[in-house]
Write a protein that binds this ligand. Structure first.
Ligand code: NAD
Length: 265
């Protein structure tokens, strides 16, 4: 029998949910009866089609806010938008993220700034705006998409690894601040998930390392992951639903690895 997570009627924001993991997580919440604000970049016509499809499939209210995660004011506006539309905000999933693969001496400074802004600072700006709403409601759930790279490093990913380690530290600090408020803050640290972000890396790694793409998959991407397979969207959704439900009430300030044994090595 399917579990009822008791989330019906709650409201959520999932940043970076026009693609990949964010899209899958937003859908998993909507299927549990949670109203959702989608966010992310992309073709407006396609985004609107996906928004309407998700609303029709799940019967919940699905809105889209186009906040650019590099602009703190827009991030705060997105949080205000969710509260205005739904009259509440129960769940914030800070998921938006980008990657750039290059040796540190070749790493473009503007790429570094962009990665820190999108992958780390946007989680701060969204959390900062969401916490007063959650405090007033007496309950909240904040889930940050970090990465195995929030716990361990790989070469040529200095900005990403720095940002993701930052996300894990930010998660712990804010969790402790809020520990008596019934608001939990956790990080999910996936290994590789086959999304557009990873597809792009396969090509980038091939160029940086000077090897064919087939070898990158075998020797670079899944080399780190002992179970030798990608993490599935449903596996991420299962952890998210646990964390945002009452089952997850004692989980706070934690970084949950879903990485096929990567960080155990
Ligand atoms: P993706 O490229 O498929 O999706 C990224 C999303 O972020 C898209 O919706 C994109 O529009 C959005 N985004 C990018 N820049 C933005 C900006 N300036 N403003 C607003 N939105 C913006 O990537 P994904 O693989 O689904 O990654 C999602 C998250 O999971 C990221 O934080 C990533 O670091 C993390 N992660 C991914 C993997 C993986 O293997 N795919 C592993 C570990 C962690």
């Amino acid at each position: 029998m399917a579990r009822d997570y008791g989330l019906k009627g709650q409201a959520a924001i999932v940043t970076g949910s026009t693609s990949g993991i964010g899209h899958a997580l937003a859908r998993s919440l909507a299927l549990e009866g949670v109203d959702v604000v989608l966010n992310g970049l992309g073709d407006p016509v396609q985004i609107e089609a996906e928004r309407a499809e998700l609303a029709a499939e799940t019967g919940v209210r699905v809105h889209y806010h186009g906040a650019d995660m590099t602009h703190p004011v827009e991030v705060a506006e997105m949080v205000g938008f969710a509260q205005a539309e739904f009259g509440r905000l129960d769940i914030l999933v800070n998921n938006a993220g980008i990657q750039h693969v290059a040796a540190v001496e070749d790493f473009p400074p503007e790429k570094w700034d962009q990665i820190i802004a999108i992958n780390l600072s946007s989680a701060f700006h969204a959390t900062r705006a969401a916490v007063p709403i959650m405090k007033a409601q007496g309950r909240g759930r904040i889930v940050n998409l970090a990465s195995a790279h929030g716990l361990v490093a790989s070469p040529f990913k200095s900005a990403y690894v720095a940002a993701k380690h930052g996300v894990v530290g930010f998660t712990k600090s804010v969790a402790l601040e809020l520990v008596r408020t019934n608001i939990t803050v956790n990080a999910i640290c996936p290994g590789y998930v086959r999304t557009p972000l990873v597809e792009a890396q396969i090509a980038d790694q091939a160029k940086t390392r000077g090897i064919p793409e087939a070898r990158v998959l075998d020797e670079v991407i899944l080399a780190a992951q002992p179970n030798k397979r990608f993490v599935e969207y449903d596996e991420l959704a299962g952890l998210l639903l646990y964390l945002v439900s009452d089952l997850g009430a004692s989980a706070t300030g934690a970084a949950f690895s879903l990485d096929g044994g990567w960080t155990a090595t």
